[in-house]
Design a protein. Sequence first.
Length: 325
Amino acid sequence: MSAAAAGLADAGAAGRAPLYLVDASLYVFRAWHSMPDEFRDAHGWPTNAVHGFARFLLDLLERERPPQIAIAFDEALDSCFRNRLYPAYKANREPAPEELRRQFAHCKALCAALGLAVLADRDYEADDLIGSALHRARPAGYRGVIVSADKDLSQLLGEHDEQWDYARAQRWGADGVKARHGVHAHQIADYLALTGDAVDNIPGVSGVGAKTAAVLLAHFGSLDALLERVDEVGFLRLRGAAQVAARLREQRERALLWRQLTTIACDAPLGYDGPVAARADADPEMLDALATTLRFGPMTRRRLRGAAGLDADTAGDAQPSPLPA
């Protein structure tokens, strides 16, 4: 992109209000695996994941002071519409232990107590909720800031949007996707359909790796065009081109199924009617009760009340949260 074009793009983005869309589950899991398990709540259950998530969330809120923000959680761990299409979807994952499931509930409650919009659905994953929220907000003049390192979410990036790997302090827009993944943003779903995605237990087309998929999509543009013109594959300067063409013919229907699984849905129910979810008033009693139950220290309590727009000095001794023991 030329300097002049970059300047115009920046100007266009600057004229759009940012909508921060947080892939909460990524940061909860990251804290679960990286934080020591010495943290315990008032009932003796581990709280390492919720402590780590709270630190991340407070850092984000204090640094960005986002005027519009929504936090997306995964509730469709085994009930997603993708499981109906392909029962083996994510079947390679062990069920979340009860210690972690409880912490997810605490993280959601913490966001709600802060007045943040929480997105969760039994049929749609967090990626779908983020995509649907962004799809609804764009016509109203918003641009998306997707807070996640997940490459799947890069398919959502439009001209003015950006993705932010918060832990690595890396940001990129649609133009930066190819340098990271070898294909353009709008090709990510097709790319994953071809290569497969081991994390989600999606096989992909056998024998098609990352380099081959990138070459095919660079030449044909899309999975649909590739399958329609599969007879041309054998003439490409591609190692094993004839065999790749044969596998694409044999696995055509499977490839289309994989693309259904890798494509983020943008029509998920969001639980609000406007272009974006308005931030609600904080619930000081719930916030203080959670802080007591989760045994947050004085500094974290002050930061929570500050992020909620409450007087940090008025926090008193609260009763434990009514969440189940």
